[in-house]
Design a protein around this ligand. Structure first.
Ligand SMILES: [Zn+2]
Length: 284
């Protein structure tokens, strides 16, 4: 406020201009010292409230919770919601795909240095994601980047968005459909449909090896799994196991015998996947 007033000398009357600046400030805007103090207090509380609201928004807004580097070029960050299977299909349909055998050797060496998954991944079609495509909403408001390995390729792309670096990514539509069903079910029951954070989807073999407590042949390697953190689902402003129970109950129906659910009691984390057979576990 002070700097604003001081930087606007044109507002000062000629009579006050020669006086000390703190004096000019008061006369220039025509308030008494008491009124000015009141105004400053109002300004202070407005700033604190705005800061608090911004923090709340940052904490509860879904999509790309990972570090975001300020880009040096215009970036397209669509705010649309994808709430149908057709919508998911059409977003994925816009991405070019590449056969595992056609992946560049640098990526292959980086993502699977011991060549352990060569045969297991041979039939996979990888999506190619470039530049600001990581911001495209994919399911609900969750974005493509939320489901990607946050590795060296991801970080380089985020740092140099304008360059449009290529990243290779695996995702199973069936897992995305499960998440869509979860969002729709939460919404239908009056809960916060975005009351969870997406931590990770695809993990390439090297990233999976470096993830503590990960399964050796994790479904994440094939893009069939997602890890989420449950937040305030029932809108009571606190995050408790009750929120997690709501999500687990819904997922039990949605995933059914078509996939796995890792429940991890005591934490707010849940894993679910579309492996095609039923699997349930509590601990890592
Ligand atoms: Zn997982």
């Amino acid at each position: 406020m002070q700097s604003h007033l001081l930087s606007s000398p044109s507002q000062l009357s000629k009579k006050c201009y020669s006086k000390p600046l703190h004096c000019n400030k008061i006369f220039a805007i025509g308030y008494t010292p008491v009124q000015l103090h009141f105004l400053m207090l109002k300004h202070f509380f407005a700033t604190v409230c705005a800061g608090f609201l911004l923090t709340l928004t940052a904490c509860y807004s879904p999509g790309l919770q990972r570090p975001f580097f300020v880009p040096a070029c215009p970036v397209n960050i669509p705010e649309t919601e994808i709430l149908t299977r057709k919508g998911i299909d059409s977003v994925l349909g816009l991405l070019p795909t590449v056969d595992f055998k056609a992946l560049d050797s640098t990526y292959l060496c980086y993502s699977d240095p011991e060549n352990k998954f060569c045969r297991k991944l041979a039939s996979q079609q990888y999506y190619m994601v470039k530049g600001d495509q990581v911001f495209w909403p994919l399911v609900g408001k969750y974005r493509i980047g939320d489901f990607m390995t946050p590795d060296r390729y991801y970080t380089q792309n985020m740092r140099e968005l304008c360059a449009g670096h290529t990243q290779y990514w695996l995702v199973d539509k069936k897992m995305l459909y499960m998440m869509l069903d979860l969002i729709l079910a939460l919404d239908e029951k009056g809960y916060n449909k975005y009351g969870f954070r997406v931590n990770i989807g695809h993990r390439h073999p090297a990233w999976n090896d470096g993830t503590p407590n990960s399964a050796k042949f994790s479904q994440h390697i094939y893009g069939r799994a997602v890890d989420i953190s449950v937040r305030d689902i029932d809108n009571d402003f606190v995050v408790t196991q009750q929120d997690k129970e709501i999500v687990l109950t819904l997922l039990e129906k949605i995933v059914g015998s078509k996939g796995g659910i890792g429940k991890y009691p005591g934490s707010m984390g849940i894993h679910f996947d579309s492996r095609g057979t039923k699997a349930r576990w509590d601990q890592h």
